[in-house]
Design a protein around this ligand. Structure first.
Ligand code: ADP
Ligand code: MG
Length: 247
């Protein structure tokens, strides 16, 4: 077991509501360097809100979020710096449509991190090789398939050398035949030691690379365990029912 020094993110008793709607009701999670955590659960259960709280796209009412030893809340003054270390990939790719793949990749590193353009381009080429899209470097998003767009979105996140990657249903908007190529890139990333939290119902992916699966329903962690524990022998009735629907 690794010590406290390897903790990337710790969430303690996180509560989040929108007006009178309680969305997160006491979430606790600790993730160490190199771990991959898969979050599953019914629609509306608070999965996206949880990810959005982590990089403070949403404020919260109670609890603590500690990233690399630093508390993230409304008082955090270096949020932009923290966000460069947390890569986020959404269901809808959010690429800039008027920019080429290369321009999409080098924008944040050159503007936010002030990396020289030449260096950023070299880095972009390496990362595009890694996600299998070097031949699309000059292409525009409109001319890419959904799977290619999502691989570009992952590449763009990697350009910032994040310490933690958050994925919010990255393959759920894709045609079935394009899901595999995106999952392959994510598996490669997980195996290379990236720390990742992935909201997905792709249980094959979870089985292959997740250290833990967390089932969230109605804003609480109902059950968590290894893929084997959760998929073969779920203990909670709600987990059982949910898995029956998706497997
Ligand atoms: P999931 O990702 O698990 O489907 P979400 O986190 O998107 O769940 O949503 C959890 C609940 O919070 C839902 O009831 C949703 O309607 C509500 N919600 C999400 N975002 C907002 C918002 N900005 N304002 C009000 N309610 C929201
Ligand atoms: Mg969601």
């Amino acid at each position: 077991m690794s010590g406290q020094g390897n903790v990337v993110l710790e969430v303690r008793d996180l509560h989040k509501s929108f007006g009178h709607l309680n969305v997160l009701n006491g979430i606790n999670l600790k993730i160490e360097k190199g771990e991959t955590i898969v979050i599953i659960g019914p629609s509306g259960g608070g999965k996206s809100t949880f990810l959005r709280c982590i990089n403070h796209l949403e404020d919260y009412q109670k609890g603590e979020i500690i990233f690399l030893g630093q508390k993230i809340d409304r008082h955090t003054t270096n949020l932009n710096e923290i966000r460069t270390k947390i890569g986020m990939v959404f269901q809808h790719f959010n690429l800039f449509p008027h920019m080429s793949v290369l321009e999409n990749l080098i924008l944040a590193p050159t503007k936010v991190k002030k990396i020289p353009e030449k260096e950023a381009i070299e880095k972009a080429k390496k990362i595009l090789e890694r996600v299998g899209l070097i031949e699309k470097i000059e292409a525009y998003p409109d001319n890419l398939s959904g799977g290619q767009k999502q691989r570009v979105a992952i590449a763009r996140a990697l350009m910032m050398e994040p310490v933690l990657m958050l994925f919010d249903e990255p393959t759920s908007a894709l045609d079935p035949e394009l899901v595999g190529e995106v999952l392959e890139v994510m598996k490669d990333l997980a195996r290379s030691g990236m720390t990742m939290i992935v909201v997905t119902h792709e249980m094959g992916f979870a089985k292959e690379v997740a250290d833990r699966i967390i089932f969230i329903d109605k804003g609480v962690i109902v059950e968590e365990g290894t893929p084997d524990e959760i998929m073969k022998n779920p203990k909670n009735q709600r987990t059982k029912e949910f898995l029956r629907h998706i497997l």
